[in-house]
Design a protein around this ligand. Sequence first.
Ligand SMILES: Cc1ncc(COP(=O)(O)O)c(C=O)c1O
Length: 395
Amino acid sequence: MSIVSNTLKRIKPSPTIAVTSKAKEMRAAGKDVIGLGAGEPDFDTPDNIKEAAIKAIKAGETKYTAVDGTPTLKKAIQAKFKRENDLSYDLNQITVGTGGKQVLYNAFMATLDKGDEVIIPAPYWVSYPDMILLAGGKPKIIKCEEVDNFKLTPNKLKKAISKKTKWIILNSPSNPTGSCYTKDEILKLSNILKKYKKIYILSDDIYEHITYDNFNFFTIAQVKDLKERVLTMNGVSKSYSMTGWRIGYAAGPIEIIKAISKIQSQSTSNPSSISQAAAVEALNGTQDFIKIRADSFKERRDFVVDSLNSIKGLSCLRPEGAFYVFPNCKKLLGKRTKLNTDKDFVEKLLEKSEVAVVQGSAFGLDGYFRISYATSMENLKKAMDRMRSFCENLA
Ligand SMILES: Cc1ncc(COP(=O)(O)O)c(C=O)c1O
């Protein structure tokens, strides 16, 4: 009998981390692998943020803090919600964790009982289903099609709701597709959710600041009559290039916020005191670099989308946010190419052309793959050349 619990056997390791590790392994063996699998900006953390951390260390801010975040950081988060989203929260409606990932994990652990369903529109961020399974809940995956820009439609939402639905997750801008929900689309989904008063909404806004083409970001907590059922998760990882610092946060109903903190108090306690000080500076300090960095991402997005659409057998939508695209490779699958699945496609691409991407099936939608373009233009140019030769050989 295995020492590993049955609960753990229900879940799988993160496939995106698996690809990154495989690429690292190949690199260590001397191969010139271009990694387009990573989920983090290639920019460094801005200097003013680093300096705030150094200052905190020197000032002795090196002890335990309040479990769910320092009052100073909570105030900075409160001000962020007011300034950017016109949302008012009391400090006891805010919690801070070791990355958005921990906040989400705690939220599911704190609220799900066996059999409770969570609606997850697919393609989805890989961690949602496994977190839900770990917490004893049941992921209800709803496939969203390319013709709908990979977004959930009101019709599909209506059909997915059951008596057991406890949560629905919305992630905009999306990992892995980059798709963003417009205000109008959110209002249409909200009209349905207003009728189901027991369902809570988890809005994962971690890519909020990475949008293009003058996209107007709108989050579902801004919808009148829904706010008291929305937990909005956000963090500093992507917007401020602070993935390694591990600070994420959420705002929402006091009961859920308290429950999240209770779990944290018996597991990790507070997130790093130094990272919290850095996050205060991220939120309160200059925001100028956000636009500059987003412009740089936009240039790469356009290059990657144009390149992919000029490769025979591939096609790709031009999403308004995040730093991912989700090209369609269905025309290159089948008997002719001897690649039956998107997983076969990405494995062959890595083996033959040394370009690392992640198969769409890992995100719940077959026939696609995810490219992260958070890497240099030089790398992207090389990767697109290699991908073109690979696909042309197949075609
Ligand atoms: C959609 C989405 N949500 C949440 C996270 C968690 O980010 P972090 O734990 O770094 O705050 C990620 C990270 O990849 C993500 O892509």
